[in-house]
Design a binder for this molecule. Structure first.
Ligand SMILES: *[C@@H]1O[C@H](CO)[C@@H](O)[C@H](O)[C@H]1NC(C)=O
Ligand SMILES: *[C@@H]1O[C@H](CO)[C@@H](O)[C@H](O)[C@H]1NC(C)=O
Ligand SMILES: *[C@@H]1O[C@H](CO)[C@@H](O)[C@H](O)[C@H]1NC(C)=O
Ligand SMILES: *[C@@H]1O[C@H](CO)[C@@H](O)[C@H](O)[C@H]1NC(C)=O
Ligand SMILES: *[C@@H]1O[C@H](CO)[C@@H](O)[C@H](O)[C@H]1NC(C)=O
Length: 225
């Protein structure tokens, strides 16, 4: 979720040069300017805090090697939110995380940054819908030029294995906003470390199993695209 410190994709350079905005990943490019979307008109920051598992998202170059992705949001003070994005590296089985900060700059519009040099001024994390308890639909769009934009869409869920109803609710929000689901790729949330109530992760015995990325995820993505 909005981190991707290591990517050096050409699209990123274009994005950086055009906009001075570092989203740090190769995002799905679309023709034209960012379309209008409907963000929530009221937003309860406190209710939004806590753990969100990444159910699916538009692909990023950087997250391809990751599974068990989740975010932990918590309030630092009345103007700042702490953001921890954690995942398991699929190839080594080792946990990894990045920490950042966010500010709410308008209802349901957050500016998220992972570097001290990034300004928390531009809404690069827009909540299109959430019931706070089961799903959240998050959107980020950057117009690179009037001719192109990059989008990221995430479906986040409070449970690693959400119900079909939860996902339907989330997808209805995408539909209401005319946002295509064709690029959504499900995040692997199986064989993941359990999160203890006290925040510690304890490993399952089979955490080190490498999963079948090539046999499952890639064909699924191709089929959906
Ligand atoms: C945070 O809240 C306190 C009291 O609730 C207030 O005095 C302070 O100005 C607030 N700070 C910001 C940055 O809003
Ligand atoms: C993040 O990673 C650091 C080491 O890189 C580790 O000490 C810390 O516990 C991790 N935090 C979470 C929430 O996973
Ligand atoms: C989605 O598309 C429909 C039909 O073109 C339009 O009426 C509606 O306003 C669009 N929704 C948004 C949020 O742009
Ligand atoms: C945290 O919780 C886990 C399981 O819920 C437990 O095994 C572990 O001992 C706890 N750690 C601390 C420091 O309390
Ligand atoms: C989430 O962040 C809160 C606040 O910093 C912390 O108490 C909690 O342990 C974290 N949970 C996980 C699973 O990292």
């Amino acid at each position: 979720l909005l981190h991707h410190r290591y990517s050096s994709h050409l699209a990123l350079l274009v994005l950086l040069a055009a906009n001075g905005v570092y989203l740090g990943n190769a995002q799905v490019p679309f023709p034209g300017k960012c379309p209008d979307v409907k963000v929530m008109d009221s937003f309860d920051v406190e209710a939004y805090m806590g753990i969100w598992y990444e159910y699916s998202k538009y692909p990023f170059a950087f997250e391809i090697g990751k599974k068990c992705i989740y975010a932990n949001y918590s309030i630092i003070d009345n103007s700042t939110i702490s953001v921890v994005n954690a995942a398991i590296n699929r190839f080594t089985g080792l946990p990894t995380n990045v920490t950042g900060k966010a500010k709410v700059i308008a209802p349901a519009q957050l500016a998220v940054a992972f570097y001290p040099s990034q300004q928390l001024t531009k809404a690069n994390y827009q909540v299109l819908g959430t019931d706070y308890e089961s799903y959240a639909v998050v959107y980020s769009c950057t117009s690179v030029t009037p001719l192109a934009n990059f989008k990221i869409v995430w479906i986040l869920t409070r449970e690693r294995q959400p119900s079909a109803k939860t996902i339907e609710d989330a997808k209805n929000i995408l539909e209401d906003n005319n946002i295509t689901q064709a690029f959504l790729i499900d995040t692997i949330q199986t064989k993941c470390p359990q999160l203890g109530g006290n925040g510690t992760e304890f490993a399952n015995e089979d955490d080190l199993d490498l999963d079948d990325f090539v046999t499952t995820a890639v064909p699924n993505a191709i089929e959906k695209a």
